[in-house]
Design a protein around this ligand. Structure first.
Ligand SMILES: [Zn+2]
Length: 431
């Protein structure tokens, strides 16, 4: 007797259909026809079953705070940071917990199974840290939440940021963050990278820095991040988030830089929705796109995962926890239009991001965790094209969210049968 069987699912490799049986929170069998009984059966009807979406870059302490205490009028990164500075002193730990839990519910309903959230430590009360550690505990049964100690105002620029960051790590925050391009000088930025990587090395932690989120081609902190990663033996544990300055860098310099990143095993997390919204703001025309060099990084062998970064907060007033929106934007901005490239964009919001986060037992394979999402799409590309409906979200072998199928005649060849276009045709003029 199994706990759950998903019948007739298209597997992520898209070459075969199978039944997936789950027991004790794990995938017990993947076979063409499983005849055994199960407590619960989900009919996939040939639709795609994917491992859950993974968001490797988010700000859960700020999410759903849109309009508090005011809107970001210029729409820029810097006004967003200033606005967040106005909200921090007037929000409570409970405010942050309420918003974050609401977001987690939304995220799970959209098929997200894991989120890496930065949490601002530039607050002497560490309200965000207190709140998100509590949220992490509460959501653990249904959502993996990793927390990054993020010194939003600069770990060297803000007088108490370093001690607060260390306190946050002592309290149980998982990962060391940073923001070298926001320090006062390039030299301070490089020094911040050195100090933060040393903290990670001493404590055996991962590193994930907001790195070069700028249109300045001379913002080269990723070079220092790769150098320190290698010097301290942190290969495979370090991520550069955003890396937007790379969009504007000199090609010759990039031809030297990317091999250094490969050598250091540094991962990359572009955030397509936010990067296309915030970068190029000082340009007239032509306007730069700002997204880092996704195909070049990928082709060099760097693990690239797409993050969503923000949903309804001081930096971004849209968003709905839909990683397929993120994949679609990354696809368009990166001009990743071949069939293989489009399918890769789906991997960038699933398997690649899971690898960056170091998630164990991830993926549709026997013995792995029975965490899945059933999408109303026939393959990865169709999932992105349609922002596919989530028919069922499965965690530890139990259905935790379910939606009825929607009418999606866009999937079928021929004309949608429920549209009578002829009735809208212009009537012949009366003579
Ligand atoms: Zn961010």
């Amino acid at each position: 007797m199994f706990d759950l069987i998903i019948k007739n699912a298209t597997l992520p490799d898209e070459t075969s259909r199978a039944d997936i049986a789950c027991v004790d929170g794990h995938i017990a069998a993947i076979e063409p026809h499983i005849a055994a009984q199960a407590q619960e059966v989900v009919e996939a009807d040939g639709y795609l079953v994917s491992p859950p979406f993974v968001d490797p870059h988010f700000h859960m302490d700020a999410t759903l705070s849109l309009g508090q205490p005011r809107m970001n009028v210029s729409g820029t990164l810097l006004e967003g940071i200033a606005l967040w500075g106005e909200l921090k002193p007037i929000q409570s730990v409970d405010d942050i917990i309420t918003r974050a839990l609401r977001y987690c519910d939304l995220a799970v309903s959209m098929g997200l199974g894991a989120i890496r959230s930065h949490v601002d430590v530039c607050d002497d009360d560490l309200k965000g840290v207190q709140a998100l550690l509590e949220v992490k505990k509460q959501v653990a049964p249904y959502l993996d939440l990793q927390l990054v100690a993020f010194p939003q105002d600069g770990v060297l620029r803000d007088p108490t940021a370093m001690q607060n960051l260390l306190r946050a790590l002592d309290m149980g925050v998982d990962i060391v963050g940073g923001i070298p391009h926001f320090e006062r000088t390039m030299a301070d930025g490089a020094e911040s990278v050195r100090q933060l990587c040393e903290i990670a090395a001493e404590r055996g932690l991962m590193v994930d820095m907001h790195c070069d989120e700028s249109d300045d081609p001379l913002s080269r902190h990723i070079e220092t991040l790769a150098f320190e990663t290698r010097r301290l033996g942190l290969q495979g544990r370090v991520t550069g988030s955003h890396l937007t300055s790379m969009h504007s860098m000199d090609n010759y310099y990039v031809s030297k830089l990317i091999p250094l990143m490969v050598e250091a095993g540094v991962h990359a997390i572009p955030n397509p929705l936010i990067n296309i919204m915030l970068q190029g703001r000082h340009d007239t025309y032509p306007k730069r796109r700002g997204q880092t060099r996704v195909p070049q990084l990928r082709d060099a062998g760097i693990t690239v995962g797409f993050g969503s970064d923000c949903v309804m907060d001081p930096w971004y007033s849209l968003g709905r926890a839909d990683m397929l929106d993120v994949a679609a934007m990354g696809l368009h901005v990166g001009q990743l239009s071949s069939r293989a490239d489009m399918a890769w964009c789906f991997d960038a919001v699933t398997a690649n991001s899971a690898a960056i986060m170091g998630l164990e037992g991830y993926g549709i394979a026997k013995g792995n965790k029975a965490n899945m999402v059933l999408l109303q799409a026939q393959d990865k590309i169709e999932a992105i094209r349609l922002r596919a409906h989530r028919l069922a979200v499965i965690r530890a072998g139990r259905v935790i969210a379910r939606n009825a199928p929607v009418v999606t005649d866009l999937m079928l060849p021929g004309r949608p049968p429920h549209v009578n276009a002829a009735s809208y045709a212009p009537k012949p003029a009366k003579t």
